[in-house]
Design a protein around this ligand. Structure first.
Ligand code: ADP
Ligand code: ADP
Ligand code: ZN
Length: 216
């Protein structure tokens, strides 16, 4: 299974990614998670990315494409992969097509998760992330069993610096301008499926897994 999760910030991509990678046993490639890991470790890449992320802007295409290209060439991607948060611009999508062509593979499906703007802000503002394993929770919609602690690994939960109402609004603006055109790009390739992301987490998961031809 080679697939992409497309959707505005806060739509539930990361949440649904967890279910997909479990069902299909494929690696989860989240460019946002890769950048946050680099920021945590104080790498040069992390320093560069943070300047853009804090402002709600996209990291430049060249940086992102190079990272994804490297990642896709690793052995574990031979059985497939799930891209979450990449591509986010037309040049990124075109670069991805070239990489896949080199690898002699094609995408199975692109899942477009649709959620209205007011809900995106509510979701992002209440989002809490595990410092250790990057699992996302929500203070109201998907709380952990113990406040502030990850159910899966016991890690500490924190609020992302870019999950303020102001930065989220900026990110939605950037999404509408730079990322939304990818819907047409993948429609033209006949691989886009749009899913209603406003239902509860379990219902969305069911629709996503069914779309991809899975069992649960
Ligand atoms: P969300 O889950 O809210 O959609 P992500 O974790 O995917 O956010 O991304 C957080 C930030 O990381 C983005 O606002 C952007 O600055 C940067 N980023 C992540 N993926 C990309 C990408 N493919 N291209 C450019 N910037 C990216
Ligand atoms: P994205 O990766 O698209 O930015 P996330 O998966 O991180 O989105 O979800 C954003 C926030 O919304 C998280 O706090 C998550 O727990 C919550 N969330 C995800 N899906 C749903 C849903 N279907 N209903 C309500 N809240 C959700
Ligand atoms: Zn955790």
């Amino acid at each position: 299974m080679r697939t992409i999760l497309l959707g505005p910030p806060g739509a539930g991509k990361g949440t649904q990614a967890e279910v997909i990678v479990k069902e299909f046993q494929i690696p989860h490639i989240s460019t946002g998670d890769i950048f946050r890991e680099n920021i945590k470790n104080g790498t040069e890449l992390g320093k560069k990315a943070q300047e853009y992320m804090d402002k709600g802007l996209l990291v430049p295409d060249e940086l992102v494409v190079a990272i994804v290209e490297d990642r896709l060439k690793k052995e574990d991607c031979k059985k497939g992969f799930l891209l979450d948060g990449f591509p986010r611009t037309l040049p990124q999508a075109e670069a991805l097509d070239n990489v896949l062509k080199d690898m002699n593979v094609t995408l199975n499906k692109v899942i477009n998760i649709e959620v209205a703007k007011e809900k995106l802000i509510q979701r992002a503002v209440g989002r809490r992330i595990c410092r250790q394993c990057a699992t996302a929770y929500h203070v109201d919609f998907n709380p952990p069993e113990k406040e502030g602690i990850c159910d899966k690994c016991g890690g500490e939960l924190y609020q992302r610096a870019d999950d303020t109402e102001e930065t989220i609004s900026k990110r939605i603006e950037v999404y509408l301008k730079d990322t939304k055109p990818l819907i047409k790009y993948y429609q033209d390739q006949d691989i886009l499926v749009t899913i209603d992301g406003e239902k509860d987490i379990k219902e969305v998961s069911k629709a996503v897994v069914q779309t991809l031809g899975g069992e649960s």
